[in-house]
Design a protein around this ligand. Structure first.
Ligand code: AMP
Ligand code: ZN
Length: 476
């Protein structure tokens, strides 16, 4: 079976065929261009954002596993309405303000082992945005208002035979010609001309650029059109983002990009649109007032590892709403432990053996993922494999060649899942010293002190295990 994807454009499952099947990437593999709307860097990323970004990384990795040479772009939105409001409040310059959150975001991506190929910043592409707006103006699809702003004309776009409302059915009955919306984010389904270039206003402070229309700044939607086309060309394979972005952001991206007519006849801006469903926390929409709002950093500060959080974030099929819970995180930890222990045992048995990857396991995994990236099905394949492997290991019926073959398949599967290997965390030196003090206390038969030392270590989140080689500390 070939890879099947649900395309929001056709609202159907389609077989994935690259836009240009003959095109090759620099490593000689069939080329795929992918763009995912990245973060708005005005705060630390929350786990909802990271569900979407981990999904995007999973798509990139799976295409790579399927033999494609993928160029995966994720932008950084470092200028838009929300950022400007925060910059004003902070009294800092734009870059000074956004660089803190951009740096944090890059660290968070590393924590989760997400590796986009390129991450353009909106403020480094202002010239591309101005050029694109100029093209739209020249084609009669954009108009100026006296304040020096430029707007996209939905009426003129439709007048050229283009359809506005391809990702979502829109109600135009309420729309009056030239009705405009200035905000980057606006009410769902209210079609209105939107801002391509926003003339400078006093509240923008220092945030403005020169343009043919006077000083101002780009609208949010034009940023993604300009950056994606600058890096991937006017027509590319896949565009991803959270479901909330389908309208108006992605609809506007299509209108701006196809309105520029740079694609050439019959070619779309994007061939496949994939939208990830949202994440709830403990059954509810995340909100600070409910106390269920978590940044990635909140979870790592609680002692969870990036790979545990990644596992949980990608445990469900991407088109289904996912309920993130603390119990789920504990479950991710034990699931990974089960996999790690199984892989360690296989490694011990395989020794230095080399063998071809177990094709039965790889086929089952591929079949699950080919079904619109149904990672929930893929996890079932992995856990069945772990159970069966453990059974065979316990019964001592597995040969070293079989173990090596299973390991080779797991390595390929894990290149998609991106869980890396277990990191054995070293306990802090002061806790190790307490554990050794406890050994001395026990030798001296001072059990009260020994117990008190064990408690002291436990209060720091570690458990002492007595082994023949001396005390060992484990996260507990
Ligand atoms: P933002 O930084 O707000 O522009 O959001 C970045 C990405 O995170 C977008 O693709 C959003 O669709 C996505 N996103 C925001 N909230 C959630 C959520 N609760 N669950 C999943 N994705 C989300
Ligand atoms: Zn975008």
């Amino acid at each position: 079976m070939a890879l099947q994807l649900f395309n929001s454009l056709s609202r159907q499952v389609e077989t994935f065929v690259p836009l240009d099947p003959e095109r090759r990437s620099s490593d000689g593999r069939p080329y795929v261009g992918l763009y995912c709307c990245g973060p708005t860097v005005y705060d630390y990323g929350h786990i909802g954002n990271f569900r979407t970004f981990v999904f995007s990384d999973l798509v990139r990795r799976y295409l790579d596993f399927r033999g494609y040479g993928v160029r995966a772009v994720m932008n950084i939105t470092d200028v838009e309405d929300k950022i400007i409001r925060r910059v004003q409040k902070s009294g800092q310059g734009l870059r000074e303000f956004t660089s803190v959150y951009e740096k944090a975001f890059l660290e968070d991506l590393r924590t989760l082992n997400c590796q986009p190929s390129e991450m353009p910043r909106a403020t480094d592409h202002i010239a591309d945005m101005i050029a694109l707006i100029s093209k739209l103006e020249a084609r009669g699809l954009a108009y100026r208002t006296p304040d020096g702003s430029v707007w996209f004309s939905i009426g003129n776009y439709q007048g050229c035979g283009c359809r506005y409302g391809v990702l979502k059915a829109l109600d135009f009955s309420q729309m009056r010609a030239g009705e405009r919306v200035a905000a980057d984010e606006y009410e769902k389904e209210s079609a209105a001309d939107f801002a391509l270039w926003k003339a400078r206003v006093p509240e923008d402070g220092e945030v403005s650029w020169e343009s043919p229309w006077g000083p101002g700044r780009p609208g949010w939607h034009i940023e993604c059109s300009a950056m994606s086309m600058a890096l991937l060309g006017p027509s590319f394979d896949l565009h991803l983002g959270g479901e909330d972005l389908a309208f108006p952001h992605h609809e506007d991206e299509i209108a701006q990009s196809e309105g520029s007519a740079m694609q050439g006849p019959g070619r779309p801006f994007v061939k496949y649109w994939l939208h990830g469903a949202h994440l709830l926390v403990e059954g509810m929409k995340m909100s600070k007032s409910l106390g269920n709002f978590f940044t990635l950093r909140d979870l790592t500060a609680k002692g969870f590892q990036g790979r545990e959080i990644r596992q949980l974030l990608m445990s469900a099929y991407y088109r289904e709403t996912f309920n993130f819970t603390m119990d789920g995180l504990a479950g991710a930890r034990s699931a990974l432990t089960r996999i790690d222990e199984c892989v360690d045992k296989l490694g011990g048995l395989a020794g230095n053996q080399n063998a071809a990857a177990d094709s039965t396991l790889l086929s089952a995994f591929t079949e699950a993922m080919d079904d619109d990236l149904n990672v929930a099905r893929a996890w079932a394949v992995v856990f069945d494999w772990v159970r069966e492997t453990n059974r065979q290991l316990a019964a001592k019926v597995m040969t070293s060649v079989q173990a090596a073959s299973a390991l080779a398949a797991w390595t390929q599967i894990n290149s998609v899942l991106g869980l890396g290997r277990r990191v054995v965390e070293e306990a802090p030196a002061d806790l190790l010293a307490l554990a050794h003090e406890r050994v001395l206390a026990k030798k001296a038969k001072d059990f009260a002190k020994a117990d008190q030392l064990r408690q002291q270590v436990k209060s720091q989140g570690w458990v002492i295990e007595d082994t023949p080689a001396g005390p060992r500390l484990k996260r507990g």
